[in-house]
Write a protein that binds this ligand. Sequence first.
Ligand code: CU
Length: 170
Amino acid sequence: MSFLGLLSLSSFSRASTPEQLAPPTPHHAHALVVAESGSKISGNVDFTEEPDGMEVHYKLTGLEPNTRHGFHVHEKGKCDDDGKAAGKHFVKLSGSGTSSDFPSHYAGDLPEIVSDSFGNSEGTVFVSRLSMNKANPIADRSVVIHGGEDDVSSKSTPRIACGVIRRAPD
Ligand SMILES: [Cu+2]
């Protein structure tokens, strides 16, 4: 599933229309990712709102080498209690829940994190159904990295890293 997501990412191109006058609200957010559940993960996730969705750039280190992990936006802006305080996945979509980005039932489902042989993972993905100021806003929620791969059963695997999403200056 996430492999297809990455493929579709490569064909994504930014809208060519020039930026409109900047609205008064920021278009950027940031999450400082910290280790949970005894992992050694650290890193950063940066969000940039585009006219038609959200660009998400992540740079993580300290993962187990060559592993795959579920990567989601969760409802609450808290990471206490090994990430359990982040609450549920954000947010269940109505209807079939699929999108052109990649099939999903939650707005905050991101493509899996895949670590390299050094335990690093860096990437940029585009998600049309998240925003800063419109539908499914992400500020004051959290990003969670799960211990397991992103299949249905991984929804309850341990949360091995977490970061609160805060608005950042444009
Ligand atoms: Cu999750």
